[in-house]
Design a protein around this ligand. Structure first.
Ligand SMILES: Cc1ncc(COP(=O)(O)O)c(C=O)c1O
Length: 369
C-alpha cells in the first residue's frame, strides 16, 4: 500500500478470487464453480463476428440483450402476473458488478447490510468498500437460513438484505416460500436475492416481482451459461430500482459490457435448451458424487448448485485440499472457523469427478493408516 492511498481504504481487505492455474499447468480445476461444458458453437461465432467491430463502443444501454433476457425470464415468471420487459433488466460486467452497484445504491452508514455468516465472501467486501456497517446472521445448525432472523433485523430499522439463493458455499436453497416470507417481513427494505446458481435445481423468485417492489434478483451467465470468462451478469427488478442501478453504472462505467460479451450473451440465450440440458447433466453428476462422498464417510450438504460442500469428521479441510492438490486436483477451502474443514467442490465432468473420488479415497485411507 502506498502512502497516497486514502484513509477510507487503508483497512480494506479485498476479495480473494479462487486460484487460476498458470498457463500450461495441468490440473483438474474444481475450485471456482465454472461450467465444465464449452459455450455453444453459435456463441463463439457471434463473439468472433462482434470482434470485427471492436473499433466502436458497445451500446451502453444493451437494449438487444435486455430484450432477450426479459423474453427468457417471461417463461420463468409463468402466470405470476410479472411480465418482465427491458425496463426491468440491468446488465453489467458479471454479477459481482450487479452486487457492487446494489451495495453502492442501497446501503450506507445509515442503512446497514445484513447477510448470513456463511455466504458469498464478496458481500462483506462490498460493505467495507462503501463504509456500510453489516451484521452477519448465523445460519441455523442445519446450515439453513431462517427468514425470521432477517424480519426481526428489519424491524429494528432500515436494512439492506442480501441472500444467496441457493446459498454459497453451502449449496442449500431456502426455497421460494422462504424468500416470500422474508420479503413479506422486510417490505420497507431492499432485498437482493443472488440467484447465481438457481439453474442447477433452485426455485427462482422472479415471479415474486409481481408482488414485491423491494426485490432485486441478481443472475449470472458465468455458471449455467458457460460464460465465466466473458463477464456478464444481470439484475431483474422493478423499473424504479433498475433506474437507481443505472444511476451508479452511468456514473462509473457505462460501457461495462463489451461488444463480444454482448454478442455471446445474446447467442447463448438463443441456445437456452443446450445450457439447461448441461445443468441437468451437472445436477445428475452432483447427486452421484454426493452418494460416493458419503460412502467415503464424508458429510455432504444437500446442494441445489453446481458444487458440493463436504467435510470428513477426521480430516482437516486444509490437509484434504493439500492431498488433492498433490494429486493434481484443486478445490476451494475457506478460513473461517465454522466452515474450515469443508471442501467446496465444483461439479466437473464425470471423468473429473471420478478422479476426485479416487484421490479423496486415497487421501483418506492414507491418513487413517
Ligand atoms: C453467490 C455468488 N454470487 C455471485 C458470484 C459472482 O459471479 P460472476 O461475477 O461471475 O457473475 C459468485 C461467483 O462465484 C457467487 O458464488
Amino acid at each position: 500500500m502506498s502512502r497516497f492511498l486514502t484513509e477510507r481504504y487503508s483497512g480494506l481487505e479485498a476479495y480473494v478470487p479462487g486460484e487460476q492455474p498458470k498457463a500450461g499447468q495441468k490440473v483438474i480445476k474444481l475450485n471456482t464453480n465454472e461450467s465444465p461444458f464449452p459455450p455453444a458453437p453459435g456463441v463463439l461465432e457471434a463473439a468472433r463476428e462482434a470482434a470485427g467491430k471492436l473499433n466502436l463502443y458497445p451500446d451502453p444501454d444493451q437494449n438487444a440483450l435486455k430484450e432477450a433476457i426479459a423474453r427468457s425470464l417471461r417463461e420463468e415468471a409463468g402466470d405470476s402476473g410479472f411480465v418482465p420487459g427491458p425496463e426491468n433488466i440491468f446488465v453489467s460486467n458479471g454479477s459481482d458488478d450487479i452486487l457492487n452497484f446494489a451495495f453502492g445504491a442501497f446501503s450506507d452508514k445509515d442503512v446497514p447490510a445484513v447477510f448470513p455468516d456463511v455466504t458469498y465472501g464478496f458481500y462483506k467486501v462490498f460493505a467495507d468498500l462503501y463504509g456500510t456497517p453489516y451484521r452477519t446472521i448465523p445460519l441455523k445448525d442445519d446450515w439453513t437460513v431462517d427468514p425470521e432472523d432477517y424480519i426481526s433485523e428489519c424491524a429494528r430499522g432500515r436494512r439492506f438484505v442480501v441472500i444467496a439463493e441457493p446459498n454459497a458455499p453451502t449449496g442449500i436453497a431456502l426455497g421460494r416460500d422462504g424468500i416470500r416470507k422474508l420479503l413479506d417481513g422486510c417490505r420497507g427494505n431492499v432485498v437482493v436475492v443472488d440467484e447465481a446458481y438457481v439453474d442447477f435445481g433452485g426455485e427462482t423468485s422472479v415471479g415474486l416481482l409481481a408482488e414485491y417492489d423491494n426485490l432485486i434478483i441478481s443472475r449470472t451467465f458465468s455458471k449455467s451459461y458457460s460464460l465465466a470468462g466473458a463477464r456478464l451478469g444481470f439484475a431483474v427488478a422493478p423499473e424504479a430500482l433498475i433506474k437507481d442501478l443505472d444511476l451508479i453504472k452511468y456514473s462509473t462505467n457505462p460501457y461495462s459490457v463489451n461488444r463480444m460479451t454482448e454478442a455471446a450473451g445474446l447467442a447463448a440465450l438463443a441456445e437456452k435448451e443446450y445450457y439447461m440440458a448441461n445443468c441437468g447433466r451437472i445436477a445428475a453428476t452432483r447427486e452421484r458424487i454426493r452418494g460416493e462422498l458419503e460412502a467415503l464417510g464424508m458429510e455432504v450438504l444437500p446442494s441445489r448448485t453446481n458444487f458440493l460442500f463436504a467435510r470428513h469428521p477426521e480430516a482437516p479441510g486444509a490437509e484434504l485440499a493439500q492431498a488433492l492438490r498433490e494429486r493434481g486436483i484443486i478445490v476451494r477451502i475457506f478460513g473461517s472457523e465454522r466452515i474450515k474443514d469443508f471442501l467446496r467442490i465444483t461439479i466437473g465432468t464425470d471423468e473429473e469427478m471420478d478422479a476426485l473420488v479416487k484421490a479423496l479415497n486415497e487421501a483418506l485411507t492414507g491418513e487413517r493408516r
